[in-house]
Structures are given as structure tokens and as C-alpha cells.
Write a protein that binds this ligand. Structure first.
Ligand code: ZN
Ligand code: ZN
Ligand code: FE
Length: 760
């Protein structure tokens, strides 16, 4: 033992258990000639390591850069220890006791080592669709309880064969302590059933491929749910899938065999390529290329394709052996219902859609959709946070006692906090759907038990009619904290950026219940996690028919026309398909304020402009009109339309009348709608910039946070960021948490945490 040596104790927390971290540390230390121990404790991993200080530095650096793919280091504490006489580096057995608090890994893509084994005819797992190892495979979706151990997963039903058991126990094996380990002798098996649930003869995989090649619809059991698959080049099959699923126009996701194939179908930047092939394997929205063989029914009126790479061994086999350019892989559900949870439900609900079922006998304990992401301003932006990302923690800028935040109504997620960690659930859908609501309640209980958190503080939206508000009110003995919808959006953006404010939140959204009881959605909120002041908003405009105005954008178009011109509004072409009687009814509702609640929503303004331009009078899915308005916009620079900003009380109000009149004049003059849409987008950019500058002048606040569903619009968001940065603002945007209502639960949790820290 040399006296210039050093011994360090390194406490690591984060996602470091059940992901091969201890063997990795042992191998790293041995490679560098260091001695010591590594073991698990209640929070994570504890390392004692001894050697030359320069080598210890290399060890510390490599801990971060070479960690196993599923590991996430969230905190690292280093203290020095007295030197020990020792000769080697050893892995200490798990105490078992503390392993509860440590994080659970998300489901992960099949790793390259397993892929190579699966394609090797000499390997005992050749073409075995459930191959996995310490670095890959199912996790969150199969975990039934804690601690994370095989008996507490849905793999408990599959006793290990001697060969698998030996790998499981061998620290030198890639499958050391890999809980879902399996092989053809001991693990799950495939089966193929008819639409009526009758087993079909032959090899399930080969027969399923033959059906897909023949243009049939096959329901495929995956990691967190069921997909409905068809050959993406078979137009007739795609049309049949849409008809049976009653999904008229919403884009369908594609699975392509490899990155090379993806490049053939879409324009892919290096950042997008990295995202596509990341272990999380989300669906990535990519600019579509003209592709003569792909069915035009996949993403009508959309310039993007949602694409993902295979993420389970079964996907790899299907695509490789089937020789498909791409498979449509859309969630196995009826429109708006959650994805099916088990084989019986899938057969029952999807039997009228699918021609056959490719199933397996590993149960899905937690259903979880595919995540949806895009690269925006060179950064990851999650639009739907689910498989691959959940249940990874988001770090909060505040520490508080445990909080349960219930989220919003649409695109619901919930969130649990421990200290400064926020654990968001996966996307749980629209809670006005009874099944989705039941899913929310079940997920809340499951996450609380996995994380051993039983919060007595519940945060929820201010909206009195949200299911989650009623749920909060029904919970006995808890402290309830109601959070205004757009304040939660602001807080969500601040929190994921590690900020507490103050900042100016530019919140462009659909609808949320305002602090004054009206519906908000085009908001400039000045504040931080602890509170806000509404310093700007869009002119409140009637929504004739309330919720119906969301589904029928022509109503909003008429309301804006009437606002800009009064009764003498020009009768634009979009009104031709509206019965004269209905048109007059809307005018009356607007004038008399009958069932026409006022809203400052930016999303509804997008809808109105889309209808004015003749894009569509009715939508078949949320946000459709706004998305199509973005899709038709010319990419070149166009000047904004004129607009006015009024001072009302202490706030700046964007009045769109002048813009609407200029836009209508362009339309009447026959200008291309591509140009008009581009000018509309440019106007909003100018409005944002002008209001931000005015607020900065008054308050000195230079940080802008962009949130709300409208900021899923790439064109608008990139232009707003560019303009604000040119004006020397610091711009905070979303990344790991969606700007839409999927991010509300995080914002509610952050606001509640701040209020608990500083009660007033
Ligand atoms: Zn693997
Ligand atoms: Zn086995
Ligand atoms: Fe919202």
C-alpha cells in the first residue's frame, strides 16, 4: 500500500439498479487496476474505490461516460475514506432491504449484442423473439411490485432453465441479474389466433408475416400494448384499417427496418437519426420525402411521417424476415380509447378490426403507448411521454414533502414527487373516457406502491368540471392545492429547465380554466413557481356552442369575422357548406352571448384561421385544423399582418381584428393560402416579440418560457425562438416533458412544492 494512494466512497443515486451497474463498475475498476467494493443500498449504488489519484479521476469520468445504456446517474457524492489493505475489486451481494427506493428502469430497445445473438443460427436464442439482457428488454411494463426482482415481474410465471439460471448468477455474463432473462426452453412463446380467437396452424411468426404480405391486418402484442399492423405499401390495406378503426385522417405511425430505410422515406438530420436509434426508440416526426410506393393514406395533408425503428426482438424479426419497406404500426385501440391491456380485451375490442392476432404469453402489467418526439430547434421535444422515458425522474428546482399531482383532462399524465424528484406517469389519455379514467386511478395506485410514496398533498387543475378535480375533492384527509391551467404550463417549462422564475410565460394553448372563471389560452403570465400575474392575453372571443366550437372550427371563424366586421362580414367560401340557418344562429349566439363563452385561446384562433382559409370546417381529432394550417404554410419569410395591442387595466391585449381584416383581404384577392398562413404565423411571432419587449422594459425580466399545446407547432416555435433570441432574451422551452397538457402534472407538482416551501 503506497501512501500517495487515495480511497474514495462514491454514493450514486438515480437509475443504477437492475441495469448492470455493479458489474460495469467492477469491470471498470479492475481494468484500471483499482481495488475496493461496489454494492446496492436504499438509494442506489455505493462504491469504495482505492488507488492512484490520477487513475481515480479517470474512474470517475468513465463512471459517467461509459455507464450501461439503461443507467442514469442523477446524483453523485464523493467522500474520502481511510486506506484499506486489499488486493482486488469485488461486487457485494444486494442487501435486498434498501433496494426499494431506487429507481425503476424504463422499457428499452433490444441491444446490439442480443440482436447479433438472435440472428446467429448457432446461438441457442436464434430467432427467439423474447431475447434480452441486463442492458435491454422489458422493465417498467412487466414490473408488478418492489423490489425489482423476477418474482415481482410478469416473468415470475416462467421458471428459469439451468442454462438461463447459470447466466443469471454469473457476474461475467451479459445476463447477470437480468430479471426478464428467457430462452426458447424456458421463456414466453408466440401464438397466432384468428380474429375470433381460434388458434391458427403453422409457425406463428411465419404465418403472421404471410398474412401481412397478403394485405391483412394483424394485431401484434408488443411491449406495453397491442399494435394494429398492415403493410404500409398496400393502399387498400391501409384504407381498410382506417375504415375499421374509424380513424379518418389522423396520421398513422410507421415502423421501418433500419435507419437506412428511414432515410429513403424521410429527410433526417443527424439529431433526428440519433433520436430514432436511441434506446428509448420513440416515434419521431420526420419531414416526408416523396415516396411513390408508400400508401398516401398514411398521413394525409401532413408533411411529416411518424416513424420508429423496431424496438423488440419480435419487431426485428417481423421486419427483417417479412422484407417490408415499412409496416403501419398504430395503437391497438378504437379511436380515443386506451390501448388494450390483455389478450382477452384485445380479442374482444380488436376482433372487429384485425384479421388475426400475433400474441405471446408474457403478461403486460402496465400498458404504455409509444412515445412521440420530434427535433425542434436542434433539441429533443417529447410530444407524448411514455415508453422508454417513463418512469425516469425529472429533477425539480425545489424540494418538498411528497405530492401527487393529478394533471389535466386531455392527454392526462399524473406526477408523484419525492424530495426534488418528479416521477411522471406515462400518457394516460382523455379522462372523459371511462376506461382512461380507470387507468389513471390504477396507475396512481401502482406508481405510489412502486415508489413507496403516499402523499398527503394533492395538486389539481382549477377547472371545476375536470375528472381530476372531482377526484381530488373525493380524496379524504389530503391537502388540496388547485393550480391554474396556464400557470401549470409555465411552471412545467420552468421546472424541467431547473428554474423557479421569475420569467414571462408565453402560454399558447387550447383551453384552460382561467383565474377569473373564463376560458384562457393565449396568455402572457409573469411569475414563477410560486405565483403569477396575467400581464397579457388575446382578446376574449365568443366560442359559439362551447365545446362544439372546438370540433367545428367554422364556428370560430364566424365569431372572428363578426368580431372584425360586425354583421356586414364578407361571405367567404367556407360558409358555402354551412346552412344559412345555422350561420344565422351562430351570429345570434355571438351577438346575444347565448351559449357562447368567451375565450382568449390561441388554439381557437388557429382553428378560426384554418376555417377562414377553407382548410376545414370540422375536425376529426384534436388540433387537426391547427396542424393543417401549419402544414400549408410557405416556409419563406413573409411580413406580419398589422395588429393592435390595447392596454386593458394592467394588461396588454392582442386584438386580432385588424389582422383578420388584412388576412381576409388577401384571401379575397386570391393570394395563395400558403402565403396567408405564413403571414398569420409571422403575425403571432411579432405579437410575442412586441409584448415580451414591453414587459421587459417595465420589469427588467429577460427570461421567456414557452409552453402550451400550440408550441407543438414547429414553424411557430422555431420562429418565436429565433426572434426572441435576436432580441437577446433567454428562451426556455420544453424537451423531456410535453408543452401540451401532458406536462400539466409536472407543473402542478412544481407549483405545489413551491407553495409548501413558502406558504404565504
Ligand atoms: Zn441485450
Ligand atoms: Zn432458459
Ligand atoms: Fe393546456
Amino acid at each position: 500500500m503506497r501512501m500517495d494512494m487515495q480511497r474514495l466512497k462514491i454514493d450514486i443515486d438515480g437509475l443504477v439498479q437492475g441495469v448492470g451497474f455493479r458489474p460495469f463498475v467492477a469491470q471498470l475498476a479492475s481494468r484500471l487496476g483499482l481495488t475496493g467494493t461496489v454494492g446496492n443500498d436504499g438509494r442506489g449504488v455505493v462504491i469504495a474505490v482505492q488507488g492512484d489519484p490520477a487513475v481515480l479521476d479517470r474512474f470517475l469520468a468513465a463512471l459517467q461516460t461509459e455507464a450501461p445504456p439503461l443507467a442514469r446517474i442523477e446524483g453523485l457524492q464523493i467522500t474520502t475514506l481511510p486506506l484499506q489493505p486489499e488486493k482486488s475489486f469485488v461486487i457485494l451481494a444486494s442487501s435486498g432491504a434498501g433496494a426499494k427506493v431506487a429507481a425503476i428502469a424504463p422499457d428499452a430497445h433490444l441491444c446490439n449484442d442480443c440482436l447479433a445473438e438472435m440472428l446467429d443460427p448457432r446461438d441457442r436464442r436464434y430467432h427467439y423473439p423474447f431475447i434480452n439482457c441486463t442492458n435491454c428488454g422489458p422493465r417498467f411494463s412487466i414490473i408488478t411490485g418492489i423490489p425489482y426482482d423476477r418474482p415481482q415481474t410478469t416473468m415470475a410465471e416462467f421458471p428459469l432453465c439451468p442454462a438461463c439460471a447459470a447466466e443469471y448468477r454469473d457476474p461475467a455474463s451479459r445476463r447477470y441479474h437480468a430479471q426478464p432473462i428467457a430462452c426458447p426452453a424456458c421463456g414466453p412463446q408466440l401464438s397466432l389466433l384468428s380474429f375470433a380467437g381460434i388458434p391458427l396452424a403453422g409457425d406463428p411468426l411465419a404465418e403472421a408475416i404471410a398474412l401481412l404480405q397478403a394485405g391483412k391486418i394483424v394485431a401484434i402484442k408488443g411491449l406495453g400494448g397491442y399494435h394494429l399492423a398492415v403493410d404500409a405499401e398496400n393502399d387498400e390495406a391501409v384504407a381498410r384499417l382506417r375504415r375499421r378503426k374509424r380513424r379518418d385522417e389522423k396520421p398513422l405511425a410507421l415502423m421501418v427496418p433500419s435507419l437506412a430505410e428511414a432515410h429513403v422515406l424521410a429527410q433526417i438530420s443527424p439529431a433526428e437519426a440519433r433520436l430514432l436509434s436511441s434506446v428509448e426508440r420513440p416515434i419521431v416526426l420526420l419531414a416526408a420525402k416523396d415516396h411513390p410506393t408508400l400508401s398516401p393514406g398514411i398521413a394525409p395533408r401532413n408533411r411529416y411521417l411518424g416513424m420508429m425503428l423496431p424496438y423488440t426482438p419480435l419487431h426485428h424479426l417481423l421486419l427483417a424476415l417479412g422484407g417490408f419497406t415499412a409496416l403501419v404500426m398504430t395503437s391497438g385501440n378504437h379511436s380515443d380509447a386506451p390501448i388494450a391491456a390483455d389478450d382477452a380485451q384485445a380479442l374482444n375490442e380488436l376482433g372487429s378490426i384485425a384479421d388475426a392476432f400475433l400474441l405471446h404469453n408474457r403478461r403486460i402489467h402496465t400498458r404504455i403507448d409509444d412515445s412521440i418526439a420530434r427535433v425542434l430547434a436542434d433539441k429533443l421535444l417529447l410530444l407524448r411521454r411514455a415508453r422508454g422515458y417513463v418512469p425516469r425522474a425529472v429533477l425539480l428546482p425545489v424540494t418538498a414533502p411528497p405530492i401527487l399531482a393529478l394533471g389535466g383532462e386531455l392527454k392526462n399524465t399524473l406526477c408523484l414527487t419525492r424530495d426534488d424528484r418528479a416521477y411522471l406517469s406515462q400518457h394516460l389519455g382523455d379522462l372523459s373516457n371511462l376506461e382512461s379514467y380507470a387507468g389513471h386511478v390504477a396507475m396512481s395506485a401502482h406508481l405510489q406502491s412502486l415508489l413507496e410514496l403516499h402523499p398527503s398533498v394533492v395538486a389539481h387543475d382549477l377547472h371545476p368540471d375536470y375528472q381530476t378535480t372531482r377526484l381530488a375533492e373525493s380524496l379524504p384527509g389530503v391537502q388540496r392545492i388547485a393550480v391554474q391551467h396556464h400557470h401549470a404550463h409555465l411552471a412545467s417549462c420552468l421546472a424541467e429547465n431547473g428554474e423557479s422564475g421569475p420569467a414571462l410565460g408565453v402560454i399558447f394553448d387550447g383551453l384552460g380554466y382561467g383565474a377569473d372563471g373564463t376560458m384562457w389560452g393565449g396568455e402572457f403570465l409573469l411569475g414563477g413557481l410560486d405565483g403569477f400575474r396575467r400581464v397579457g392575453y388575446f382578446t376574449p372571443t365568443p366560442m359559439p356552442g362551447g365545446d362544439l366550437a372546438t370540433r367545428e372550427p367554422w364556428r370560430m371563424a364566424l365569431a372572428y369575422l363578426h368580431q372584425a366586421y360586425g354583421r356586414d362580414y364578407p361571405r367567404l367560401p367556407f360558409l358555402q357548406e354551412i346552412a344559412r340557418r345555422d350561420e344565422q344562429l351562430i351570429v345570434t349566439m355571438v351577438e346575444k352571448g347565448l351559449h357562447a363563452p368567451l375565450s382568449s385561446s390561441c388554439g381557437r384562433l388557429f382553428d378560426a384561421v384554418a376555417a377562414l382559409l377553407g382548410l376545414r370546417n370540422r375536425v376529426s381529432y384534436e388540433g387537426q385544423a391547427a396542424i393543417e394550417l401549419e402544414m400549408v404554410a410557405a416556409i419563406d419569410d413573409y411580413p406580419p399582418y398589422p395588429f393592435t395591442l390595447d392596454n386593458v387595466a394592467d394588461a396588454i391585449v392582442f386584438a386580432p381584428q385588424m389582422m383578420i381584416r388584412a388576412l381576409v383581404a388577401d384571401l379575397v384577392a386570391g393570394l395563395p393560402i400558403a402565403q396567408i398562413s405564413a403571414r398569420f404565423h409571422a403575425t403571432l411571432v411579432a405579437v410575442v416579440s412586441e409584448i415580451c419587449c414591453r414587459v421587459r422594459k417595465e420589469t427588467g425580466i429577460n427570461t421567456i418560457a414557452l409552453s402550451g399545446g400550440v408550441f407543438q407547432n414547429c414553424l411557430l416555435t422555431e420562429a418565436v425562438i429565433a426572434r426572441l433570441e435576436k432580441e437577446d432574451f433567454i428562451v426556455l422551452t420544453h424537451s423531456l416533458v410535453p408543452p401540451n397538457d401532458g406536462g400539466l402534472s409536472l407543473g402542478q407538482a412544481a407549483v405545489a412544492a413551491a407553495r409548501l416551501q413558502n406558504p404565504d
